[in-house]
Design a protein around this ligand. Structure first.
Ligand code: ZN
Length: 245
């Protein structure tokens, strides 16, 4: 199972919603691209499903981890220019499934925010590398978000209580961007916004302060850029972009 070829991104996107399982997912996978969207005038909101309470590497008391990681994600968002960051409540790091409850919670946010574009993690596993992008929480977030895009958010009869009790009208999201999936073929040159991505990653100190993020990320991003035929020294992130309407 793999993705079809990416489409050309829509030219008229006003609002984008980025959905992630954990704090730092968007910053590792897409922050350079999000920074470009901000520069283009797109209104971007982050929605993080868990507070990453199973992450970290040091002696930080576990009960402090959710608050710490929420604060880190807010600082990371600010570093790329994203002002709105929302967290869902009731989901624990390491336990995500594409449940009906999660689909309803995502549908609520989609109908409230009415994005043209959604960015999320790939629901497809990369079998050649059972790590990072293939974390089950990432796959679940991608799957639940895809289900919320179609059919839930656009179908008035899905979760009818959202319309009845909260007045949330159906909404059609037109485009989805997946990061971390197999064979991503839509490459974004992030050479200019790379410093903001680095700053965003540094903001996740509980996850990144023990590693040299620059010497870890630069070769990966340079490899992606080279594979797409970008000039020497260029850096890039890669996605699959699909039309959803
Ligand atoms: Zn993650």
């Amino acid at each position: 199972m793999t993705f079809p070829r990416s489409v050309q991104p829509l030219p008229d996107v006003a609002r984008a919603l980025a959905v992630a399982a954990h704090p730092d997912d968007l910053d590792f996978g897409a922050a350079g691209t999000v920074a470009r969207w901000i520069d283009e005038g797109i209104d971007v909101t982050y929605l993080i499903i868990t507070r990453g309470d199973a992450g970290g590497f040091d002696e930080t008391p576990r009960e402090q981890m959710p608050l710490l990681r929420e604060a880190e994600q807010r600082a990371a968002a600010k570093a790329v220019g994203v002002e709105q960051v929302e967290f869902l409540d009731g989901y624990r790091d390491g336990t995500l499934t594409p449940s009906i409850e999660l689909r309803r919670d995502l549908t609520r946010v989609i109908r409230r925010y009415r994005p043209d574009r959604i960015l999320t993690s790939s629901p497809l596993r990369r079998w050649e590398r059972i790590a990072g992008p293939s974390h089950p929480d990432h796959l679940a977030a991608g799957e639940a978000t895809t289900c919320a895009i179609y059919p839930d958010a656009r179908n008035a009869f899905a979760f009818p209580e959202l319309l009845r009790d909260e007045g949330l009208e159906p909404w059609v999201v037109r485009e989805v961007w997946y990061h971390g999936g197999p064979s991503p073929d839509h490459v974004v040159d992030i050479t200019d916004t790379y410093p903001r991505k680095l700053a965003a990653l540094a903001a996740h100190a509980s996850q990144t302060s023990h590693v040299d993020v620059e010497s870890w990320m630069r070769p990966l991003l340079a490899f992606t850029a080279r594979g797409a035929g970008l000039p020497d020294g260029a850096l890039a992130e890669a996605f699959t972009v699909l039309r959803t309407a």
